[in-house]
Design a protein around this ligand. Structure first.
Ligand SMILES: Cc1cc2nc3c(=O)[nH]c(=O)nc-3n(C[C@H](O)[C@H](O)[C@H](O)COP(=O)(O)OP(=O)(O)OC[C@H]3O[C@@H](n4cnc5c(N)ncnc54)[C@H](O)[C@@H]3O)c2cc1C
Length: 368
């Protein structure tokens, strides 16, 4: 059971009749909830349909890091996307950080938000050279970053961390205040132009937005692939980690919460063939390595929680955001970085649904 979902219960009704709205949003993870929030704030009537409960899938099972950029360091990102686009992607995730700060403050969302920065730690010599060069390059763009050659790491001072379930549920409550209607335990079986069909009713809407991330292919042709990520959490331990850490090109990560719990996740690269699909199960192979990390770092506290979540991977590690059919849009495929990409992505898709332009729409066009 995810640490964040321990003790959490559902609070919205199940759809039990036909309904209508300007926009039907399918999925109530960070992407769906934020999309509903932005659309409702702009005056649209919005219905959110969620098969489980708000933030019970990946959005309630992650590490809660709010990092700028993609999983890879900036040099690797520039190699992949070209430097101008890598900078645009970097700024896009900075937009999420701005939005989180502003929304948490405006709606007084109690989600243990902290801005202690994050450490990017090299796993080998080549990665260290890239991390150093990335820090130099981003520093020249005004990014607050310092390097520690002894630890072969760079500290990005502006990154954040939070309690993901309290954050997404707090934002859901804010969306409801703006007029959005949320239905939980309501699985969408099919979407057609202007309609979302569930077992107990049809929602008629001018636009449908699929915020179903790893599960999108069940509803529409999609290149998003389900990939598993695993974590564990301990009871309170003596202070050992000052800030979230991201190591080995993002495959290994850990943090310590303000109440002392140590969270460790990742190591998916050591079992890449097995760690795919929608099954949210932990495996001995991964969990043993997470435990070995605790021993290596002398974390002396019992493991209290172990869990797995399903991420949606895209073909190029960037999300697919935009129109996929006449009245159907999607916002998903975050490749393990939806807390960092989600709110800015939701703002983008909400703009497109309203017929507005967005300067970053081309970067994330689902047909790219
Ligand atoms: C172990 C782990 C650690 C991670 N750590 C981080 C991190 O530190 N920082 C970060 O940025 N990202 C992290 N991520 C990734 C992040 O959690 C995801 O990218 C993000 O939560 C995706 O949000 P989402 O709203 O797109 O998808 P989800 O949260 O998966 O939400 C999709 C929702 O759609 C619903 N749904 C699907 N199909 C239907 C249907 N037919 N009808 C109705 N509802 C449907 C699902 O029930 C689900 O609630 C991590 C992920 C994992 C698994």
């Amino acid at each position: 059971m995810s640490l964040w979902l321990d003790g959490a219960s559902r609070s919205y009704p199940t759809l039990d009749r036909d309904d209508s709205a300007d926009v039907a949003v399918v999925g109530a993870g960070i992407a769906g909830v934020a999309t509903a929030y932005f659309l409702a704030s702009a005056g649209a009537s919005v219905v959110v349909l969620e098969a489980r409960g708000v933030a019970e899938a990946a959005s309630g099972r992650n590490a809660g890091f709010l990092l700028a950029g993609v999983a890879e360091n900036f040099v690797a990102a520039a190699r992949r996307y070209g430097e101008p686009n890598a900078l645009r992607i970097w700024r896009f995730t900075r937009r999420t950080q701005f939005l989180v700060r502003a929304l948490v403050e405006e709606h007084r969302i109690d989600c243990a938000l902290r801005w202690n920065g994050s450490d990017q730690i090299a796993g080998d010599d080549e990665e260290w050279r890239e991390i150093e060069a990335s820090a130099r390059r981003l520093s020249s763009e005004g990014v607050a970053v310092s390097v520690d050659p002894a630890a072969r790491s760079a500290t990005y001072a502006e990154d954040g961390e939070l309690h993901p379930v309290r954050w997404v549920r707090g934002l859901a409550a804010a969306a409801v205040k703006k007029g959005a209607r949320i239905y939980e335990s309501t699985r969408v079986r099919a979407v057609a132009s202007g309609e979302a069909h569930t077992a107990s009713g049809v929602v008629h809407a001018s636009s449908v937005v699929l915020c179903t991330n790893a599960y999108t292919a069940h509803l529409a042709p999609s290149r998003v692939r389900p990939v598993r990520g695993q974590m564990l959490a301990t009871a309170a331990a003596a202070p050992v980690f000052a800030r979230p850490a991201y190591a080995h090109r993002g495959y290994r990560y850990w943090r310590q919460t303000s109440d002392g719990r140590v969270l460790v996740g990742g190591w998916r690269d050591t079992a890449a063939v097995e760690e795919v699909g929608e099954e949210e199960r932990t495996t001995d192979v991964i969990q043993k390595q997470l435990e070995a990390f605790l021993r290596e770092r002398h974390v002396d506290a019992a493991v209290t929680h172990r869990w797995a979540g399903t991420m949606g991977f895209s073909h190029d590690a960037l999300p697919y955001i935009g129109r996929i059919d006449n009245g159907t849009f999607m916002c998903g495929g975050f490749t393990g970085h939806g807390m960092a990409f989600g709110p800015a992505s939701a703002e983008l898709v909400a703009a497109l649904v309203r017929g507005a332009r967005h300067p970053d729409a081309d970067l994330f066009d689902p047909s790219r």
